[in-house]
Design a binder for this molecule. Sequence first.
Ligand code: GCU
Length: 419
Amino acid sequence: MVRGRLLLFLVATTMAFRISWLWSAEPAVNYDEAQVPAYELPDPLRFSDGTAVATASDWTERRRPELLALFRKQMYGVPLAHPAGMKFDPPQVAEAYGGKGIRKSIWVRLAGTAEGPALEIVLYLPKHQANPVPVFVGMHLFPKNDVDPRPGQLWQRPAGDTETVVPGEQLGSYILERGYGFATLTAEDFAPDDAKRYTRGVIGSALATGQQEPGPDAGRAIAAWAWGLSRALDYFETDPQVDSRRVIAVGHSRMGKTALWAAAQDERFAIAISNNSGCGGAALSRRIFGETVGAINRRFPHWFCTNFWNYNEREGELPFDQHELLALVAPRPVYVASAADDRWADPHGELLAALAAQPVYQLLGRNVDGLADPAPLNRSSGDFIGYHIRTGKHALMDFDWVQYLDFADRHFGHRPPVQ
Ligand code: GCU
C-alpha cells in the first residue's frame, strides 16, 4: 500500500517536472507587435568584414557568394551534388484538362540506369502552343494519386479542408489558358517530410557507409526539395515545349521556403514566389513574432542543418536575416504573399523582409517602387519585389494564383495565346 502510494507520488512528480520542463523550454508564442524586441537587421550591402558593397559587381562577384555560403553553412545546409550521369526517360504523354492540355510524366534516372533511383516530374502544358511556354514548378506533399489531375491541390492539404482548396479543374485550365505550364514534384520522392525518415530519399544516398545523419552543415529536407526543383529545371532545358529561361519556382508554406532557397541558389529560375512561407522563408527571424527559429527547429528537426539550432532563442546572433534570402534572388523578380489570419507566419515580418531587400535590387538597377507599409489588403503592389496580403488563412488560393500569373506576365512581357 505504502509502496503503491510512493510509486504514484514518484510518477506524478516526474510527470509534473517533465511538463514544467517542456513548458519552460518552449517560450510562449508572441502575437503582440508591442512585444517585438528592438533589433537591428544586418545590412545586405556590407561585407562580413564591415566594408561597404558599393557596386553591382561587388554584389554579384563577392557579396552574393559570401551570403550564399553563410546561408548554406548556418541554415539550409550545403546542397547535394549534381547527380553525375542523370538521364531522363522519354516522357509519357496523355491528354489533360478536357483536351486543353497535355500531361507529361518524366522519370528522372538519377544514376542514368533503369535500376537506380528514379524520381517523377509531372508536367502540364497547354495543348495548343506555338512557342515554348513558361512554367511554374513546385514541390508538394501529397501522395501522387491525390494530386493528379487537380493542380489546385498541388501545394496544399486537400483532405476535408474545403476552404483552402482551389477548384482544381478550373484553376488548372485557367493556368493553361493563360499560356503557362506547371509542373509538380512529390516531396516524398526526394526527402520524406518526417524527422525519422527524411534520409530515405536523396539524402541517404549521399551519406557515407554507416553514417546515420548528415553533418552539421549538410542540407536536410528543405535542401533536398530545393535540389529537386533544380533537377526539374535540368529536365526543362531538354524539353523544346518549355521555355526554360522562364521557369518560376513557386511554393506554399514549407514549400515556399523551398522555392526561395532553390531560386536563391540556382540562378536559372527566372522568378521566385513565396506563398505564406513564414519562418525560415520570407519572414524576418529577429522579430520573434509567431513561429521562431527555436520553434521551427524543435518541431521540424529534419528541415534545416543542425548548425541552425545554435540560433534557437538567439536570432540576434544570426549572421543574416531573411531579407537577405530575398536579396539573393536579385536581380530576378521575387514575390512574397501573406495571409492576414496567418499570424504564425508573421505577415508583417514578410513585408518588412521584402522592404529590407530593396537596396540590393536598387543597386542592381531594378525598380522596387510601390511597396507600402502597411500593405493594402487584397491588392498586389511592387515591381521587382512584389507583395500582397490577402484576407483569410494560411493557404494557396486562387486569388494568389491570379497575382502570380499577372506578375509573371508583367515581367516576361507575356500575353496569353489566342485560343
Ligand atoms: C507549420 C510550420 C511552418 C510551415 C507550415 C506548412 O505550421 O510551423 O513553418 O510553413 O507548417 O508548411 O504548412
